[in-house]
Design a protein around this ligand. Structure first.
Ligand code: BES
Ligand code: ZN
Length: 583
């Protein structure tokens, strides 16, 4: 058997999925989806192993209704249950009727109180890396792409959105049926939808932003630059391949900053600072339209191919929009996060390689800034070695060669060998790819603004720092020793009001050092924040600081107990694992 993705039951020697026709009825009261998945494969005449997690399978039939033999395995850690379906000769399609389980790992069901409007419940999915299987049975590996059409039945007062092309909406009494189709083949982790009280504002000819009515105006203001981002991304990679680029702002419990679902990027509302200072997240998700969605990592072991290339592209777009000084500041903050991630993995240094071995490892546990920032630095090193024009040409070739395919690290390296001869040797690529930590001689960001901030070390910044960008503040705060003297914390807070910072990146950078230094107002603010947002990038450092801070460990446990139910399953699991480790 040829199982190549350690996170899927898929056997590549069996038939390959091609097209999904999905119908689902959303039951908010029962917190379940009643679904029918009609899966077409490239051939029949063989058993086929699908991934599923927590699904209740009601029947498996051929298109004509005749029953097909199937067998649902017992739950395996990380993978879920194997659903084996027998496709007789000449039968290439099966129809699976099922219900989703009570804690489907891809779904978050929100009570109306957990939304901005407070009037309607909300449901959204987050399938990357291996959660699609908790929503629909399929071969849940990015090696096998599908096209799909979908029909969602929801309460008529709500909208159903999918990361696909809208077809139509039909109201039938108190229910509405919304239809979508995705004609470009996608890896299953990009299957996505959301249901709620949603409105949109147009941002440009190819984009609009969706959000709850009380949020949508602020969102349209924040993301006004999206059209210029599209233009600079196309200059780098060629024509945008997905038609539209729409945005959806989710409720605050969304566990990520952004998720690059095709045609409809999902975003955290914590980006809505009012000053457009966090739009690089949109540039990042937009870049995934090429690096990730058009050319996809073959498995979570090659995740750096998605994220490293995307951070590289994100910073190129940022260079056009905001200039090289800002890029240097972003890269410096990225480097700090990378060093911290490497330090956090001191017990599992294998996870600091670009190419990882994840047999028996949950991709959510392996997640870190390493594939992002170490991947970025490796690509920067290659760019330095061959020059920007040659490297840009290579990026285009990479996109053309693997368009709508998935790619392994080895296949990428093979392409570099032919297209940029000598480049891998010049940067000592094996040290980056299969070596641990950050190679000495990795590119270092340089800029005068950065040097001014770094020169301060732990001194109180001058009054002019009130005009610093959030990135300068992060560089400064992340450099401070933990713990720092209590007097320094008090003075910084009095002068710059950091406990009330509007930018969540600055706020969390501040709170983590201030909590470790016993600054009481920071502890109070963290307690509040942990009940308001579910973005893992903020939850994890805040809980870690409370676990490590003087006398704040009990508060970490209390907050987790109090707020856990508000977090997405993935985020709650991340918090649990921190508390276990810290115990
Ligand atoms: N694709 C990721 C989010 C993700 C990764 C979800 C792995 C599930 C598993 C997304 O593109 C991302 O990287 N988001 C970042 C923002 C970005 C600017 C670095 C985030 O959420 O912080
Ligand atoms: Zn990303």
């Amino acid at each position: 058997m040829a199982r190549l993705d350690p996170h899927s039951q898929t056997d590549l020697g069996q038939p390959h999925q091609k097209h999904l026709s999905w119908k689902a009825e959303v039951d908010f009261a029962g917190r379940t989806l009643r679904g029918t998945a009609t899966l077409r494969f490239d051939r029949g005449g063989s058993p086929v192993d699908l991934d599923s997690r927590g699904l209740v399978i009601e029947s498996v039939t051929a298109v004509d209704g005749g029953p097909l033999r199937f067998e649902l395995g017992s739950p395996e850690p990380i993978l879920g249950e194997r659903l084996r379906v027998d496709l007789p000769p000449g039968v290439d399609t099966c129809v699976i009727r099922y219900r989703t389980g009570a804690d489907a790992s891809a779904l978050q069901w929100l009570e109306r109180e957990q939304t901005a409007g407070g009037k309607a419940p909300f449901l959204y999915s987050q399938c990357q890396a291996i959660h699609a299987r908790s929503v629909v049975p399929l071969q849940d590996t990015p090696r096998l792409r599908i096209t799909y059409e979908a029909e969602l039945t929801v309460p008529a007062a709500l909208r159903a959105l999918m990361a696909a092309a809208f077809v139509d909406r039909e109201v039938r009494g108190d229910r509405a049926v919304e239809r979508y189709r995705m004609d470009e083949p996608i890896p299953p982790y990009l299957f996505a939808f959301a249901v709620g009280d949603l409105e949109f504002r147009d941002l440009g000819p190819r984009s609009r932003v969706w959000a709850e009515p009380s949020v949508v105006g602020r969102a349209a203001h924040e993301f006004a630059s999206v059209d210029r981002m599209l233009t600079s991304a196309e200059a780098l990679f060629g024509p945008y391949p997905w038609g539209r680029f729409d945005l959806l702002v989710l409720p605050p419990s969304f566990p990520y900053g952004g998720m690059e679902n095709p045609r409809l990027t999902f975003l955290t509302p914590t980006l809505l600072t009012g000053d457009r200072s966090l739009v690089s997240v949109v540039a990042h998700e937009l870049s995934h339209s090429w690096t990730g969605n058009l050319v996809s990592n073959a498995s979570a072991e090659d995740f750096w191919l998605n994220e490293g290339f995307t951070v590289f592209a994100e910073r190129r777009i940022l260079e056009v929009l905001e200039g090289p000084e800002m890029v240097a500041l972003h890269a410096a903050v990225g480097r700090q996060a990378l060093d911290e991630a490497v330090a956090n993995f001191r017990d599992r240094p294998q996870l600091t390689r670009l190419r990882t071995r994840l047999q028996g490892v949950d991709p959510d546990d392996a997640f870190s800034q390493v594939p992002y920032e170490k991947g970025f630095l490796f690509l920067r090193a290659l760019e330095d070695a061959v020059g920007r024009p040659a490297f840009d040409g290579f990026l285009r070739r990479y996109m053309e060669t693997f368009r709508f395919q998935s790619v392994t690290t080895e296949e990428l390296l093979d392409l570099v060998r032919t297209e940029l001869p000598g480049a891998l040797e010049a940067v000592d690529a094996p040290r980056w790819i299969d070596g641990e930590g950050v190679p000495p001689g990795a590119p270092v960001a340089r800029s005068s603004r950065l040097e001014q901030v770094e020169a301060l070390k732990a001194q109180v910044p001058p009054p002019a720092a009130k005009d610093w960008s959030p990135w300068e503040w992060q560089v400064y705060l992340n450099h401070l020793p933990r713990p720092s003297p209590a007097e320094l914390m008090t003075e910084l807070d009095e002068r710059f009001h950091l406990t009330r910072a509007a930018n969540p990146e600055v706020l969390v950078a501040w709170l983590t050092v201030a909590i470790r230094s016993g600054h009481v107002p920071a502890v109070r603010r963290a307690e509040e924040l942990l009940g308001e947002v579910g973005r893992m990038k903020y939850l994890k450092p805040l809980y870690a600081a409370l676990i490590a801070g003087p006398g704040t460990r009990p508060l970490a446990d209390a907050c987790a107990r109090r707020y856990r139910m508000r977090y997405h399953v993935i985020a709650a699991a991340g918090v649990d694992s921190l508390l276990r480790k810290g115990a």
